[in-house]
Ligand binder design. Structure first.
Ligand code: NAD
Length: 483
């Protein structure tokens, strides 16, 4: 593969290797073959990364917003020019079909770089007049930010964290998931080519222990994690020790509510996009599909017909639209949930099996007659498993939809305008969809409520999470004191 990175880490503007670090084997999920062996960061590598980021940040923060923005926008152009190669690599890293990666991964990373590149010059403080005196605010960077990624969108996650962080004048040390370590290294290469000073964006590899040691270093000002709730709990607690800023993009078990009056074809499309895109490995997926009883059977019939359009095979083939699970381990986890669904009495409508192909494929799976207390309706599965539940009234479905500790996303399909907005207002979730599902444009905030997260990525809201305000009080007259 010509597009592969040439070493494990990218620090201070260059590739760096330290073979004494623990092996990280990169497995192509479509074949099970090891396509690269990288090494986890040793304490010496971690030290180099943190020291170079700390030093680079001081200089980077002195650049004007326009200058920093220009670098990010140039990086976005390079990403778009290299979209094909980056998409091929993303497919090797994750197993997601090229049909998806070529339109979603490097492109959404480029969108983030372009958007925050455009905003960088507009990140300003304000002036507050107080009679003759006044206060002005400075919007300052936080300093050194650590990013820790999940394995489902490695390029996108690297860019969604880097773009707002760098726009605000921070430096970043990013640790990708050990399952998909390749793509973020390419983002680091591109940043340097685009003119970012060495050390402003560094990538180091490792398992959870490397992430844990980054968070507790006293030089680190913020940590932004994309991962599961259990990891989020640990990372949040470790960050709290040092009173560090956090962004937590965690898991979900989101509801997708389909009313009788919905356009059936669109609702089925929403359920497919919200359950089977990226083989179901999407945090915001609407995996609890509540269908009003009047259209439940019609919904299941049409869904089953539409699933005949699934085409599995070599994910690098642009005609293939459904890839394998990211790893053998993830396939085993998902199979465990499928077994549990059967055991607890859900009706298997379609799928549920492995596929006769090399690699870690699982069929898209639909369960009906699912009840709220079944494991497949309460736990995040993170695979191609849809649970269909039925309901009668709006009030009932809203209360059942919200009866979860997660709060990442929620969707509603209906032709009734006021009901759609009532539902959106009632959902306890950070991102809601009306007659669509899983869109994530950079212009809109993305993130969770309840246990699904803290903070927001994308949109102007992300600036709040990568900068802090300093108030400067200026007195124009004499200063009185009691004695
Ligand atoms: P994970 O929680 O197992 O790992 C996430 C990252 O945290 C990895 O890089 C891992 O090495 C690191 N890590 C593990 N233990 C750590 C520790 N103690 N300290 C610091 N870092 C540690 O998650 P995953 O399996 O890679 O990804 C799937 C999960 O991510 C799902 O729950 C999914 O919903 C979630 N996710 C959320 C979003 C979002 O935006 N909300 C996006 C994608 C994925």
């Amino acid at each position: 593969m010509q597009t592969q990175p040439t070493a494990s880490h990218f620090i201070n503007g260059a590739y760096v290797e330290d073979k004494s670090g623990e092996d990280i084997r990169v497995v192509y999920p479509a074949t099970g073959e090891v396509i690269a062996t990288l090494h986890a960061a040793t304490p010496a590598i971690i030290e180099q990364a943190l020291a170079s980021a700390r030093a680079a940040q001081k200089e980077w923060a002195k650049w004007t917003g326009t200058e920093r923005g220009r670098v990010l926008r140039r990086a976005s152009e390079i990403m778009r020019e290299r979209n094909h190669d980056l998409s091929v690599l993303e497919t090797y890293d994750t197993g997601k079909p090229y049909q998806e990666t070529s339109v979603v991964d490097a492109t959404s990373g480029a969108d983030a770089l372009e958007y925050f590149g455009g905003l960088a010059a507009a990140i300003t403080g304000e002036h507050i007049q107080l009679g003759d005196d006044f206060v002005y605010t400075r919007r300052e960077p936080l300093g050194l930010c650590v990013g820790i990624g999940a394995w489902n969108y490695p390029t996108q996650i690297a860019c969604w964290k880097a773009a707002p962080a760098l726009a605000c004048g921070n430096a970043m040390v990013f640790k990708p998931s050990e399952t998909t370590p390749l793509c973020a290294l390419k983002v680091a290469e591109i940043m340097i080519e685009a003119g970012a000073p060495a050390g402003v964006y560094n990538v180091i590899q490792g398992y959870g222990a490397v992430g844990a040691s980054l968070i507790t270093d006293p030089r680190v000002d913020k940590v932004s994690l994309t991962g599961s709730v259990p990891t989020g709990r640990k990372v949040y607690a470790a960050a709290a020790e040092g009173i560090r800023h956090v962004t937590m993009e965690l898991g979900g078990k989101s509801p997708l509510v389909i009313f009788d009056d919905a356009n059936l074809e669109n609702a089925v499309s929403g359920a497919i996009l919200g359950n089977f895109y990226s083989s179901g490995q999407v945090c915001s997926n609407g995996t609890r599909v509540f269908v009003q009883s009047g259209i439940k059977e019609a919904f299941l019939t049409r869904l089953t017909e539409r699933l005949k359009g699934v085409k599995m095979g070599d994910p690098q083939d642009p005609k293939v639209n459904f890839g394998p699970m990211v790893s053998e381990r993830q396939r085993d986890i998902v199979e465990g949930f499928i077994a549990k669904g059967k055991q607890e009495g859900a009706r298997l409508v379609t799928g549920g099996n492995r596929v006769d192909l090399p690699g870690f494929y699982l069929e898209p799976t639909v369960f009906a007659d699912v009840t709220d207390d079944m494991t497949i309706a309460t736990d995040e599965i993170f695979g191609p498993v849809m649970s269909v539940l039925s309901f009668e009234t709006e009030e009932e479905v809203l209360s059942r939809a919200n009866a979860t500790d997660f709060g990442l996303a929620a969707g509603v399909f209906t032709a009734d305008l006021t009901r759609a907005h009532r539902m959106a207002a009632g959902f306890e979730a950070g991102t809601c969809y009306i007659n669509t599902y899983n869109d994530a444009p950079v212009e809109a905030p993305f993130g969770g409520s309840k246990q699904s997260g803290v903070g927001r990525e994308n949109s102007k809201a992300a600036i709040e999470h990568y900068s802090q305000i300093k108030g400067v009080y200026v007195r124009m007259g004499d200063l009185e004191a009691p004695f």
